[in-house]
Design a binder for this molecule. Structure first.
Ligand SMILES: NC(=O)c1ccc[n+]([C@@H]2O[C@H](COP(=O)([O-])OP(=O)(O)OC[C@H]3O[C@@H](n4cnc5c(N)ncnc54)[C@H](OP(=O)(O)O)[C@@H]3O)[C@@H](O)[C@H]2O)c1
Length: 402
């Protein structure tokens, strides 16, 4: 459903209080003539959602907990707003399926974003996909739902957005293949995170603050830790396979510490097309909102004369075992990526809570995958059951250590 920029487009932002959510609202606020906010959602941050409601006056706001929703509804009423406050997953599903929602920014973090993102696909919306975990967990089902319902999928992850921009138009259609487009490889760039050059023996003792201090991007804590382990890049390899119908061997990770080139496409005639820009998520967000047009995003022009050099390195699987685990999972296929994602989410949460060491995130994930009996899930219920089973296994492994 491509809307002309001459009509106001209704946008629902799932996870509006997070890093991507806030950046999305920043871009929307720059274009009140083109977009209006239909719905917003938060998990824990009631005050932030309240402030966002005051600014954007949405039709809907969703909180996970009923008590938070009641609190928010009372305050919004006192402020004279007519925003309807809904609760939990049923609230998210109602909001994304409403006919006044044209575009859905899927920016809830982790597996918690799957059901609502899938509902947006089922309702045939334009989905701006930040929640890569949806594709990692349910790639086949998700893509099939998008195609069957005529939804539009625009990747917001900066790398996938760059690849999308570097591919010919239509290359993401169900019936097209990379081969038909003359693509040899997708070159998925990665900054390498904060520990690219840290002595290996020190990785045992890195702190949460160090792991969350990404050298180039300001992001939520979970994705920041994923970037430090490079599991984020592994999840992105899986995401790229589903988005662009690529085989894992066609997706080459390239470490590029400057984070200026956001990814590239290598063609059979020797051409390599790339998308460059300052590391700021408002660029891919604005692209997803305006595609096939362009709108300003608030991001400054790239100062090429200030880039003294651009470096490229191959990934080191010994330093970043999570990246290898992700390649193994997508090569195995079936339910392995779901189990990988769930185990990683549990392990990252345990690291953030100080219950395991940084290097144990990979150990937990590897052990869960070793125990996992692969199947080929075809329903959302089955996928969620696999997710739950892998979480139980990961928690058992962590509990046995303490
Ligand atoms: N940040 C980036 O630059 C970036 C780049 C590319 C892709 N992504 C992807 O975008 C997604 C969001 O990342 P982020 O960095 O914006 O994360 P974040 O800052 O942690 O924000 C996550 C959002 O999801 C909400 N949320 C968390 N748990 C939830 C649950 N169980 N149910 C419903 N809502 C929940 C949070 O609500 P509260 O804040 O109210 O708790 C918040 O609004 C992730 O999938 C990430 O991989 C992010």
């Amino acid at each position: 459903m491509t809307h002309s920029l001459s009509h106001s487009i209704g946008v629902t932002v799932l996870g509006s209080t997070g890093s991507i959510g806030v950046n999305t609202l920043d871009v929307l606020a720059q274009h009140p003539e083109h977009y209006h906010v239909v719905g917003l959602s938060a998990h824990t941050r009631v005050e932030k959602l309240y402030q966002q409601c005051l600014q954007f006056c949405p039709l809907y706001a969703v909180m996970t907990q009923e008590s938070d929703a009641k609190d928010l509804a009372r305050r919004l009423k006192q402020a004279g707003l007519k925003t309807e406050v809904l609760v939990g997953e049923p609230g998210l599903l109602h909001m994304v399926s409403d006919h006044r929602t044209h575009y859905v920014m899927a920016a809830i973090v982790g597996a918690a974003g799957l059901t609502s993102t899938l509902a947006a696909a089922r309702a045939g919306k334009r989905i701006l996909l930040a929640n890569k975990e949806s594709l990692v967990m349910a790639g086949a089902l998700f893509m099939e739902t998008v195609w069957r319902n005529g939804a539009e999928l625009l990747p917001v992850d900066s790398e996938h957005n760059a690849i999308f921009q570097s591919l010919p138009r239509g290359a993401m259609r169900a019936e097209s293949s990379l081969q038909q487009s003359g693509v040899r490889k997708i070159l998925l760039t990665a900054s390498g995170g904060p520990f690219l050059h840290t002595p290996m023996e020190q990785l045992r003792s890195v702190t949460v603050e160090q792991a969350c201090a990404h050298p180039k991007w300001r992001m939520g804590r979970k994705i920041s830790v994923d970037s430090a382990t490079m599991m984020n890049k592994g999840l992105e390899v899986i995401e790229a396979c589903w988005l662009f119908s690529a085989k894992p061997a066609q997706v080459q990770v390239v470490i590029h510490p400057e984070s200026i080139i956001h990814s590239m496409v290598d063609y059979i005639d020797g051409s390599v097309l790339a998308q460059l820009g300052a590391p700021d998520m408002r660029t891919p967000i604005a692209y997803g909102l305006a595609w096939p047009n362009r709108i300003s995003s608030g991001v400054s022009a790239l100062d090429l004369f200030n880039q003294r050099q651009l470096n490229f390195l191959p990934p080191d699987f010994e330093r970043f075992p999570c990246l290898k685990l992700a390649y193994d999972a997508i090569n195995t296929g079936g339910s392995a990526p779901s189990a990988l994602n769930a185990a990683n989410e549990v392990a990252v949460a345990a690291f953030l809570e100080g219950r395991i060491r940084f290097d144990q995130i990979a150990t937990v994930t590897a052990q869960v995958l070793d125990r996992h009996h692969g199947v080929s899930p075809s329903t959302i219920e089955h996928i969620l059951a696999i997710d739950e089973e892998a979480r139980i296994a990961a928690n058992q492994i962590i509990s046995a250590w303490s």
